[in-house]
Ligand binder design. Structure first.
Ligand code: SF4
Ligand code: SF4
Ligand code: ZN
Length: 280
């Protein structure tokens, strides 16, 4: 298996995974979405709220705010030495005390640990008019997207099969497929149509080019053939900012490795220690 990264910054990764299977590509995607732990507000103690939002709606909105997460210092409550009671090792508390008239933003949440501040301070929570007031205390804990979407650290995480475009020698470079292609992948070159340098990955596999070719009366089969490569996938992963996207990828892969090892251990137990360990 091979990963070729074409873009990697704090929030977005774009890479091609080769020599793999559709099952692994999907398992990797699902692990990034639902198995990487992150921080989100879970409990809210409301002391005062006469805003237009009910307490429950206010708590729900607070839960959706992405929070910077340091997984080197925070663990899930059920793995914490406090036994899940709640301590600085497994939860972060925030206070919010505001009076109208004012738009309340995520930046008004004051974290007990500044490293766990909201990722963005301009997410609107509720608008207060004169005389309205909110005073609350919130507690964020570590969990995964499998439990609830608010613990999902990716906001976009998807892939598509790598496109394979073959042009056969019946092509007369008429250019109809070039005009039809919405992604600028094709161009008329010499004797046949060609793929524009660096544009192949932008092909969406829509196959409009094949239809255009058929509409030109070439016969029963087009001269251009677009197929997905089942062993190669282009991924785009975007973090919500709670974790660097690189950490999301690494933790998802470590999760899959752990799961595979657990499965090998179980098989070994069942077969009396004769299961072979494999790696990829
Ligand atoms: S499949 Fe669609 S995007 Fe790809 S080359 Fe053909 S028309 Fe363009
Ligand atoms: S429409 Fe068909 S024949 Fe015309 S350039 Fe495209 S592939 Fe070639
Ligand atoms: Zn704890």
């Amino acid at each position: 298996m091979h990963i070729a990264i074409t873009r990697l910054d704090e929030h977005i990764a774009r890479f091609t995974l080769s020599g793999t299977t559709p099952a692994f590509a999907n398992a990797f995607r699902r692990a990034m979405i639902s198995e990487v732990p992150t921080l989100a507000i879970e409990d809210v103690r409301i002391y005062d709220n006469n805003s237009a939002l009910f307490d429950e709606m206010l708590a729900h909105r607070l839960g959706q705010i992405p929070l910077h997460t340091d997984l080197e210092t925070l663990v899930a409550a059920d793995q914490c030495s406090c036994g899940g009671v709640g301590c600085p090792g497994c939860c972060v508390t925030y206070t919010l005390s505001v009076e109208g008239p004012k738009m309340v933003y995520s930046g008004d949440l004051i974290p007990e640990d500044p490293k766990a501040a909201p990722v963005h301070d301009n997410i609107p929570i509720v608008k207060l008019i004169d005389g309205q007031k909110i005073v609350l205390e919130a507690r964020a804990v570590i969990n995964t997207g499998k439990e609830h979407a608010k613990w999902q650290s990716t906001i976009a995480c998807g892939y598509k099969a790598y496109p394979v475009i073959r042009i056969d020698d019946r092509c007369d470079a008429c250019g109809m497929c070039v005009e039809e292609c919405p992604r600028g992948v094709l161009r008329t070159g010499g004797r046949t149509v060609e793929i524009v340098d660096g544009r192949l990955e932008y092909c969406s596999l829509c196959r409009l080019c094949e239809r255009a070719c058929l509409a030109g009366g070439i016969g029963e089969q087009p001269a251009i053939h677009v197929t997905p490569d089942p062993s190669r996938y282009i991924f785009v992963v975007e973090s919500d900012g709670s974790l660097p996207v690189r950490e999301i990828m690494e933790r998802a892969l470590l999760f899959l490795k752990r799961q595979s090892k657990d499965l090998v251990d179980i098989l070994r137990d069942i077969s009396g220690g004769t299961a072979n360990e494999t790696s990829s």
